[in-house]
Write a protein that binds this ligand. Structure first.
Ligand code: NAD
Ligand code: MG
Length: 380
């Protein structure tokens, strides 16, 4: 098992749960980072004593320097600070940043020949071709943290070398608004959208779960990670979030991975892979688990889901457009500036109306992302 790791985005939901796992497994934490939450970062620094802490926001980095002047932790800021984190001497980088801002540090970590425990799905959606090419070129591992992708990854360990995969069955909880019509979604509030039935997560992904954008992003994420045609990925709504996804082989045999809905299981597996060690997460209690239910997904009501499928079919920079439009629309909804249904309308319109080409390099992806963000601001 690895002895050291560094975290991109240590103050978030995945970041703090990664630290729970590192604490339990006695893994040394070499570097921590956050966008601006220096209060929590200071607590983490005092507990884990990393050599480096990066605060993206330069002013907040200066404040942190003063607060932790009595420690030996070096403080850096900005993208250059994240680059330096990627080149430290830890064995694994956990990418728990939210948003495609994680693309540049991901590429940097790969160039530094680091294996990555990967939660930051927006990065793979926006820059999938670049990331997967770099993974091949530098021979590193991209270990999925997203629960569905961890499940698929685990099930695929049983596949023959040529996989013989017929399809991926990507499970979805359906979120807080499962079963509602568009009419019933017109007036939903941010508070209602933030109340996820099964998972406790960061605000952005919780809204993405309510719009089902999250499942759209995950189809694209799975297509890249497992080199699968998006048409061979079927979304199955499974309300209880006990099955975390399944794979179906050529002989119609289906394998599933199950566990309580707690991200510390997939986070730990990405850290200990291919080994398994005892977890902080309890076993499933089969006596109280009375039922598991399955439904199909409604991508007419949840338009983000259909928009992501269209974006992946169009290929090139269209997934980056879908993601960029959603990052802005999701934020505008949380800020009370647009309605819930407008998120799906804006993401769909961006995918259908913008004209983008192929992703040859990072600048292309950043430009498509900017175009999509501007499109949303112009259309509200
Ligand atoms: P979060 O909002 O709780 O945390 C995000 C973290 O990223 C914070 O530590 C924040 O400071 C950091 N960050 C943001 N911008 C940064 C920047 N420019 N530089 C450095 N740090 C930066 O988000 P989360 O829920 O933990 O999600 C993180 C990622 O994991 C997302 O891509 C999400 O889709 C994915 N994911 C999350 C869960 C979950 O249960 N929370 C499950 C599956 C996948
Ligand atoms: Mg997921």
């Amino acid at each position: 098992m690895i002895k050291s790791l560094s975290i991109l985005g240590s103050t978030g939901s995945i970041g703090t749960q990664t630290l729970d796992v590192a604490r339990k497994l006695n893994i040394k934490v070499n570097a921590l980072s956050a966008y601006s939450s220096i209060e929590l970062l200071e607590e983490q620094i005092r507990e884990f004593r990393p050599a480096l802490a990066v605060v993206f926001d330069a002013d907040r980095a200066e404040e942190l320097k003063i607060k932790i002047a009595d420690t030996s932790t070096k403080v850096l800021s900005g993208m250059s600070g994240l680059h330096e984190l990627c080149h430290d001497d830890s064995e694994l980088i956990v990418n728990a940043i939210v948003g495609m801002v994680g693309l540049e540090p991901t590429l940097e970590a790969i160039k530094a020949k680091k294996d990555i425990a990967f939660a930051n799905k927006e990065t793979l959606v926006a820059g999938g071709a670049l990331v997967m090419d770099a993974v091949k070129e530098y021979g590193v591992k991209l270990l999925p943290v997203d629960s569905e992708h961890s499940a698929i990854f685990q099930c695929l360990q049983a596949a023959p070398p040529d996989k013989k995969l017929k399809k991926i069955l990507l499970t979805a909880s359906g979120g807080p608004f499962f079963g509602r019509t568009a009419d019933e979604l017109r007036d939903v509030t941010v508070e209602q959208a933030l109340a996820h039935p099964n998972w406790s997560m960061g605000a952005k992904i919780t809204i993405d779960s309510a719009t089902m954008m999250n499942k759209g992003l995950e189809i694209i994420e799975a297509a890249w990670l497992f080199d699968t045609d998006p048409d061979d990925i079927e979304v199955v709504v499974h309300r209880e979030s006990i099955i975390h996804s399944m794979v179906e082989f050529t002989d119609n045999s289906v394998l599933a991975q199950l566990g309580l809905p707690d991200m510390r299981i997939p986070i730990q597996y990405a850290i200990t892979y291919p080994d398994r060690v005892p977890s902080l997460v309890p076993e499933i209690d089969w006596k109280t688990l009375s039922q598991m239910t399955f439904y199909s997904a409604d991508d007419e009501t949840f338009r983000c889901l259909a928009a992501c499928k269209r974006a992946m079919k169009k290929g090139g920079l269209y997934p980056a457009v879908a993601n960029g439009a959603n990052e802005v629309a999701n934020r505008l909804f949380r800020d009370g500036k647009i309605s819930f249904l407008q998120i799906g309308e804006l993401v769909s319109a961006a995918v259908d109306e913008l004209n983008v080409g192929k992703a040859s390099d990072l600048d292309d992806v950043l430009a498509a992302d900017r175009l999509a963000r501007e499109f949303v601001y112009q259309n509200i």
